[in-house]
Design a protein around this ligand. Structure first.
Ligand SMILES: [Zn+2]
Length: 452
């Protein structure tokens, strides 16, 4: 279909070159038509049919048989693709995204049976689920891997003690936090459901949620269980048990229980949702933010490791299981460098490495989570080279760190959708009681047994 379109429009361009757009047109008008036609080819090549449609509106199609023919073919291709997208959105409960695409389609198809049917099925689904439009703030919380064995992790002789104590929470703190959030009417939503990308224009979505519920995104950083943290109170890795369920594995577990279902955020959240299915909206789970320099999920999948291929084979079914459960993935950069301190060239290398070594395993993602919450977006009032690279690599939602909610385009930018994440860690539990009180009372979740 696309090939046919490109053929048609290239032929059209050629004919304009030879004969002019139409005999009575001025040279100036013909040059303008050529320019627009070239832009249309570019957009079609990128599958941006909405943009191609907008461009074609600028041309006088009535008097040109070739152009008219092309426009009709473009519409057919566009409609086919749009309907595929709408169905995908409805399936993933991204109702607002589906609505947005239907609105655009209706500009071109005023009374089309197929489109009316699909719109009806969207509204029926929203009605059936008894959903309400939600336009309040969205909470996005994040933490790191949990302190699975706090007696080891928070022992002062542990050389990781101080960073664990500041940056992490214990498994019991996490369980209590989930309970409090649930009691406070939060419901987990999928991070990909909060925005829509239509031909590169990223817009925020309104949400449709069960009545009285407040949306919650929970993300988890640095889920690689890197070497320097091994045997210091965190798990070694995620595994699949004999029944194909996710479990954790800790080779030197202090209680000798190497396999557990109760000491890391993934298994704990799965248990919690089994007990309280209404804590998850349409099967949403959390977002796992991955670097790549020391592999992922406890497997050394990075280039240079001699066992790389074996590790890749081991981690693949785990990734599949996580995806089946509803977990999503975000990029947290490859090497966890300070964005401000590395060159643009190095930054691009890093993006490519993440693409090659991590996206190749977990799939593409639109979510970028800045290491240390440090970001470089504008340089001299223009989009920075680094940010342009991030967009080139397909990232659409950019996540920083901030104790308060922020979800909007960044000031002085177009199209840079940014979201702050509230850190939930030892530091904020101790020092940000007031700000966190909108979520839970920190004193009720603080692990007094292990923390000093
Ligand atoms: Zn990090």
């Amino acid at each position: 279909m696309k090939r046919k379109l490109i053929f048609l429009i290239t032929f059209l361009l050629l004919s304009i070159n030879l004969f002019g757009f139409s005999p009575q047109d001025t040279l100036e008008k013909n040059i303008n038509t050529q320019l627009i036609t070239k832009q249309i080819i570019e957009e079609v090549e990128k599958n941006n049919y909405t943009k191609a449609m907008e461009l074609i509106e600028q041309l006088d199609t009535v008097n040109n048989f070739l152009l008219n023919n092309f426009k009709n073919n473009l519409l057919i291709t566009y409609k086919k693709q749009a309907i595929e997208n709408i169905n995908k959105y409805i399936e993933n409960s991204q109702f607002e995204s589906a609505k947005k695409v239907i609105t655009i389609l209706k500009k071109y198809y005023i009374n089309d049976y197929q489109i009316n049917k699909i719109q009806e099925s969207l509204y029926n689904k929203i009605m059936q689920l008894n959903l309400q439009e939600y336009s309040g703030p969205i909470e996005h919380l994040f933490t790191h891997c949990l302190l699975a064995d706090p007696s080891v992790a928070l022992n002062k002789n542990n050389n990781m003690y101080s960073s664990y104590d500041t940056d992490c929470i214990t498994k019991n703190e996490f369980k209590k936090i989930l309970q409090k959030l649930y009691e406070n009417n939060y419901i987990l939503i999928d991070i990909n459901s909060i925005f829509t990308d239509i031909d590169g224009i990223i817009t925020k979505n309104k949400l449709y949620l069960p009545q009285g519920k407040k949306p919650l995104i929970f993300s988890f950083d640095d889920v690689n269980y890197d070497h320097k943290k091994m045997h210091k109170g965190m798990i070694d890795k995620l595994i699949l048990d004999n029944d194909g369920n996710i479990a954790t594995y800790t080779s030197k577990a202090s209680d000798n229980k190497k396999i557990s279902y109760d000491n890391e955020f993934i298994v704990i959240l799965e248990n919690f949702i089994s007990l309280h299915p209404d804590f998850s909206f349409m099967g949403a789970r959390g977002t796992i933010c991955l670097t790549g320099y020391d592999g992922i999920l406890g497997y050394r999948t990075q280039k240079g490791n001699i066992n790389r291929q074996k590790e890749i084979e081991k981690v693949k079914p785990i990734i599949q299981k996580l995806k089946d459960l509803g977990w999503t993935f975000a990029s947290h950069s490859y090497g966890h460098y300070h964005m401000k301190k590395i060159s643009d060239e190095k930054f691009e290398e890093e993006l490519q490495k993440w693409q090659d070594e991590v996206a190749s395993l977990v799939g593409e993602t639109s979510i970028y989570v800045y290491p240390y919450g440090e970001w470089v977006v504008n340089e001299d009032n223009n989009l920075s080279q680094k940010h342009q690279l991030l967009q080139k690599y397909g990232f659409k939602l950019f996540c920083g760190v901030g104790i308060n909610q922020y979800y909007s385009y960044l000031p002085n930018t177009k199209n840079v959708l940014f979201m702050d994440r509230t850190p939930i860690d030892g530091y904020t539990l101790r020092n940000r009681k007031e700000q966190l009180s909108r979520l839970f009372n920190t004193e009720e979740v603080f692990d007094y047994k292990y923390r000093q």
